[in-house]
Each structure stands twice: as structure tokens, then as C-alpha cells.
Design a protein around this ligand. Structure first.
Ligand SMILES: Nc1ncnc2c1ncn2[C@@H]1O[C@H](COP(=O)(O)OP(=O)(O)OP(=O)(O)O)[C@@H](O)[C@H]1O
Length: 407
């Protein structure tokens, strides 16, 4: 039980909001009683008060959320991506005063507003040392709910450390709640794919696919605990100056205990167009929720279309008939102007088609999806050895060969 109370996300939400009354898991720990979870509002207030008081001290002293108690998952070959818990002591996240945030954003000047989401507004800012940052200010929603999302996001961001996840610089809780992140110069993938005149060349799309796969895999298997992002989408993939993707917006992320096969939520949150069927219909959350959404992002990268277009048509439903009939041509973004490696495109589409399967068991794990993207895009593995090496469930070698050979 101690492990779960220690976990800042998901369990914290349960702890404070008593939301677990309406949520179930496949494997609950013994000893959890409803009385443990009483008085949610007062606990949030007490916790925020703690943040405000502690804000006067270095944030490294702010680890009662027991980062350091967390058990760590090691999978072979993954050690280099796992953060050493001792590194938290030296992580100097800055706590910003409201005045510092106002100065950085020029008092939240409209011209500095670089993004608006469901709950937040994001402003470009400049710190006194010249560092450019993105300041996310919670703007909408019921206080209890947004506070929960803010603390969840802060808790997760303070723990993730990977080249393909957004970087936390600090936070501020005076005059509203603010997350201060490193600025990703190119904005988000959605705006680059759909909003800018400059079209993304194929090698850049490939780089984004690979980096996104690595970032999600890190969340699932590489950091201290299983993190399910739950809102993987093109507007939550930020791009650095050299188009390295960074996953952001951890407001919905769940921290899943090791021994839970999945988590079931009663409130479906996330973004239409990216929601896996078992999540949409039954509220089931596990790694395959993110794998499905990753498949949709791959489709967006190949087709240049939105997950949901202006007429609310789903990209998955639009693409499925073409994928089934191996009609690859129809799927390729015309703005690529035929400048691409068609074998790579087919492999990307093949990976997408596995990830968006209705049945979550049939979808690959993120590790298998990344293997596909890395190995086959690099041309390292032949089709014949691929299905064996990747250990993909239910995937026949001849299906892959047929797909690759299709015209
Ligand atoms: N670090 C950053 N650098 C550059 N732009 C950013 C950064 N963080 C966020 N943005 C921009 O702000 C937008 C909204 O950010 P974010 O997704 O975190 O907000 P949100 O309210 O949680 O959104 P949603 O409604 O998707 O949950 C992003 O899509 C992106 O365009």
C-alpha cells in the first residue's frame, strides 16, 4: 500500500478526490478503505498550502510525494534511460513568484500566447538569464479538478527525464497555478503538420515517429513506474529547433502500480480521434491506450490529415479501408510530392495498422512498435526475420511481405 500512497499521480488523485469510489482496478491492494480517502477538498487545500509554504525553500526538499520510495522497473537494455533517484536531490526546479512569471511573460501579453488547451493557456516567456520558456497557466475548469490535473502534471513532470519528454524548469502557485517548461521552438506537431505553409519532409516525419515512440516507451517501461499518458496526440508532441519530438501535457497521465493489469476509469477524458475503443467504451486504461493513439499519430505523419477533420470524420475510419486493401498511394500526403522512400512509408503504415487494431491484445507493445519503426525504417531487418524478432502477436510474416510488396 505504501508504494501507492507514495505515487504522486493516479493514486494521489484517488487519495484526494475519493474518485476511486467510482473507479475499479483489476487488482486492488488489500487494506484500502474509504475512510483513508475522506475529505478530499480539505486535503487538496492542505497540500496546496504546503506547496506555498515550501515554495520558499528549494524544491528538492519537496519530496514527501516519495519519489525516492518508488520501486524501479528495469528491463534489459533500458537502464540508460532510467533516472537515478539520487539525481532528484540535485534537480534545481525553480519556484517562481507571480511577479517573476508576470515579468517573464510581459504580464501575459496576448502576443506571447502560444497555445490554448482545454484547461490551460500557454505563454512564451523569457527568464532574467535569457532562457526562453513556455509558461502554462491553468485557466479554465472547476478548481478541484484543475488543481488535481496541475498536481498530477507537476508530479509526473518532476519525475520524467528523457530526451523525448518536455522539460520542467519550475513552477509557481501564487496567483494561480503555473508550470514553467523549456520552450520548444517549433511549437507542436499539430501546428507544424496542419498549420504551417512549410511542409515537413519525410525524413523529419520519420525522426518524429521514432522520437515519439522512444518517449512513450520510456513512460511505459523506462521510468520508475508505468506511466500511461492517456492523451498522446499531435498537439501534445512538441518539437525542438531540430525537430526532436517531446511529449508534453501530463495532466491526464496515470501512474499504474506494477501489479495492476489495467485501470478502469468512469470518466472518459482525452481527445476524440485518438481514443482506443476499450477506453472509450469501457474506460479501460493501460499501455495499449497510448499505443492506439501512437498509431493515429503515425497515420497523421503519413497522410498529413488530422485525427478528426473539420467534418468530424475520424482518420482511423477513413484510413482503415485503404490499409485493408493495401491501397497505400491513397494514404500518402500529397504535399510530400513523391519525395519519400516508399518502403519506409509502407512500414510506417504497417506499424500504424497494428497499433490501431480494435482488439488491444492484438496491438503491439510500445517496445515492439518502436522496434518496427527503428529496425525496419533503418532497413536493418528483413521481413522474414522481423516477425520472429519482434515477437509481435498475431502477425503473419506473409502479411507484412504482402504489405511491403503492395503497390
Ligand atoms: N514547452 C512548450 N513549448 C512550446 N509550446 C508549448 C509548450 N507547451 C505547450 N505548448 C503549446 O501549448 C499548447 C497547449 O499546451 P497543453 O497541451 O499542455 O495544454 P492543455 O490545456 O493541457 O491542452 P489539452 O486541451 O490538449 O489538454 C500545445 O499544443 C503547444 O502548442
Amino acid at each position: 500500500m505504501e508504494d501507492e500512497v507514495a505515487s504522486p499521480v493516479g493514486v494521489l488523485e484517488d487519495y484526494f478526490f475519493k474518485s476511486s469510489e467510482s473507479e475499479t482496478s483489476s487488482s486492488k491492494e488489500p487494506g484500502t478503505t474509504d475512510s483513508d480517502k475522506s475529505k478530499p477538498g480539505s486535503r487538496w487545500r492542505a497540500f496546496l498550502q504546503l506547496l506555498r509554504v515550501k515554495s520558499k525553500k528549494p524544491v528538492a526538499t519537496l519530496y514527501p510525494l516519495s519519489v525516492l520510495k518508488l520501486s524501479r522497473r528495469f528491463t534489459s537494455g533500458m537502464r540508460e534511460t532510467v533516472i537515478d533517484a539520487s539525481s532528484f536531490h540535485s534537480s534545481p526546479w525553480k519556484i517562481f513568484t507571480h511577479h517573476e512569471i508576470q515579468i517573464a511573460t510581459n504580464y501575459f501579453a496576448q502576443e506571447n500566447c502560444i497555445g490554448k488547451g482545454g484547461y490551460a493557456e500557454v505563454y512564451k516567456g523569457c527568464l532574467p538569464n535569457g532562457q526562453l520558456v513556455a509558461i502554462k497557466r491553468l485557466a479554465r475548469g472547476a478548481e478541484n479538478e484543475t488543481t488535481g490535473d496541475f498536481l498530477s502534471e507537476l508530479g509526473i513532470m518532476a519525475h520524467v527525464n528523457h530526451p523525448n519528454t518536455a522539460k520542467l524548469v519550475g513552477y509557481g502557485v501564487e496567483g494561480g497555478m503555473h508550470l514553467v517548461l523549456e520552450l520548444s521552438e517549433k511549437g507542436c506537431l499539430a501546428s507544424v503538420l496542419n498549420g504551417s505553409k512549410e511542409k515537413l519532409p519525410w525524413p523529419v516525419r520519420q525522426k518524429i515517429a521514432l522520437g515519439t515512440a522512444k518517449g512513450i516507451l520510456y513512460l511505459h517501461e523506462g521510468c520508475q513506474r508505468r506511466i500511461i499518458h492517456r492523451d498522446i496526440k499531435a498537439s501534445n508532441i512538441l518539437l525542438t529547433e531540430d525537430f526532436e519530438p517531446q511529449i508534453c501535457d501530463f495532466g491526464l497521465a496515470k501512474w499504474l502500480p506494477e501489479n495492476w493489469t489495467h485501470h478502469t476509469v468512469s470518466k472518459i477524458e482525452g481527445t476524440f480521434g485518438y481514443l482506443a475503443p476499450e477506453y472509450l467504451l469501457h474506460g479501460i486504461v493501460d499501455e495499449k491506450t497510448d499505443v492506439f493513439a501512437f498509431g493515429v499519430v503515425l497515420l497523421e505523419l503519413v497522410t498529413g490529415r488530422r485525427a478528426l477533420d473539420y467534418s468530424q470524420q475520424s482518420l482511423v475510419l477513413w484510413a482503415e479501408p485503404f490499409l485493408k486493401k493495401n491501397k497505400i498511394r491513397e494514404l500518402i500526403d500529397p504535399s510530400l510530392d513523391d519525395v519519400f522512400d516508399s518502403r519506409q512509408i509502407k512500414i510506417m503504415l504497417f506499424t500504424a495498422s497494428l497499433c490501431i487494431q480494435q482488439s488491444s491484445i492484438r496491438r503491439p507493445s510500445m517496445n515492439q512498435a518502436r522496434f518496427l519503426v527503428v529496425q525496419l525504417l533503418n532497413g536493418n531487418v528483413s521481413c522474414s526475420s522481423f516477425t520472429k524478432k519482434s515477437q509481435l502477436p498475431f502477425t503473419r510474416r506473409d502479411f507484412l511481405e504482402e504489405f511491403i510488396d503492395s503497390d
